[in-house]
Design a protein around this ligand. Structure first.
Ligand code: TXA
Ligand code: MG
Length: 323
């Protein structure tokens, strides 16, 4: 299959037209969002949904997020409680995904057989226009090969999926760079299943109630994606919280080493700036340079960024397989 690349910044109308036509035909298309690029297929076509799992090499028991063009469309796939409506009013469009009771017509392939469906409205006008013109919501996981960092540029998508999908719509680098916050509402209490740029504080301010502080074991099982090892660069990732520790790690050797840090520590190592928006691009760059070890300096500001720390910890987990 030839993968076509369409730059929405050059001709937005053509991008919307081409992407929505391919989606209606049941093709798999990578679309930009403000968080990371997504791998989209229309939810009304099971073969198209299967195409997502095949292209990514994604386990079939890991459900997909459904992306809608309008707030009103959420009620066409899920039961919307008053609390869910409040969160949607505050954060849609944006980087918040709500796990809601699904309506029975939503395909089990999308939800991996769960009785809930994850829903999000992306904050990028071109993407909402594509979904609206496709005529139905689209399911879209991050557009990376399973086990690779999520893609934040169209080139990242091509690096993983060129020849395996119909098209990539390029809207430039993603503004947020980390995946959406995923929350589930249980007994009118909000549980964070995956932290993202919509923070615990943002949500608590909106609903005036504390958000569940830890992800329950049961909840972990309800968000199957959290069982898999994610965001995995080939290099060994080491998190340090002081410059002394960074120096010790540097002096331990272990081959080509890169420093990722919010500021230049002048450590006589190749240094790249660390931020939520650029983390995945940096992990991919390190892979392409065959770096063996990435030292990440987590200063106070990094440590208080729950979403960034969550992804860094996942990247630093010991390897359990060879992906
Ligand atoms: O920002 C994002 O969320 C990006 C862009 C493309 O929208 N998408 C994304 O999708 O990160 P994905 O598939 O890589 O991650 C979706 C996460 C997974 O951990 C999955 O297990 C969880 O959401 N999820 C999906 N449906 C669920 C459900 N019904 N219940 C619990 N967790 C669910
Ligand atoms: Mg993903």
């Amino acid at each position: 299959m030839t993968t076509i690349l369409i730059d929405a910044r050059v001709d937005e109308a053509r991008a919307v037209d081409a992407a929505s036509t391919l989606l209606r035909e049941g093709k798999v298309v990578a679309i930009p969002t403000e968080t990371v690029y997504g791998l989209a297929a229309i939810i009304t076509n099971d073969d198209a949904i299967r195409g997502i799992f095949t292209a990514k090499g994604r386990p079939a028991d890991n459900p997909l997020i459904v992306h809608v063009a309008n707030v009103a469309d959420v009620a066409s796939i899920a039961v919307v409680s008053p609390l869910a409506q409040r969160l949607m009013d505050a954060f849609f469009p944006g980087a918040l995904t709500l796990v809601l009771p699904k309506l029975s017509h939503v395909s089990d392939l999308v939800t991996a057989g769960l009785d809930t469906v994850a829903v999000r409205m992306p904050d990028l006008a071109v993407t909402r226009a594509i979904i609206a013109r496709a005529g139905a919501p689209v399911a879209a996981p991050s557009a990376n090969l399973s086990g690779r960092p999520s893609p934040t540029t169209a080139q990242h998508v091509l690096d993983d999926l060129n020849g395996k999908i119909a098209a990539v719509i390029d809207a430039g680098p993603c503004r947020e760079g980390l995946e959406s916050t995923v929350v589930r509402i249980v007994d009118e209490q909000v549980h964070i299943l995956r932290p993202g740029s919509v923070s615990r504080n943002d949500i608590e301010r909106c609903i005036n109630t504390p958000v569940a502080t830890t992800v329950q074991d049961e909840e972990l099982h309800r968000s199957p994606g959290t069982r898999y090892r994610h965001y995995a660069p080939h290099a060994n990732v080491v998190l340090v919280d002081s410059i002394d520790e960074a120096i010790r790690e540097r002096d331990a050797g272990e081959g080509p080493t890169l420093l990722l840090a919010p500021n230049d520590l002048a450590l006589d190592l190749p240094w790249r700036p660390l931020s939520a928006a650029s983390l995945y691009a940096e992990l991919r760059l390190a892979d392409s340079l065959h770096v063996k070890k990435i030292i990440v300096h987590c200063d106070e500001q990094v440590r208080t960024n729950e979403a960034l720390m969550n992804r860094l910890r996942k990247a630093a987990e010991p390897r359990t397989d060879d992906r």
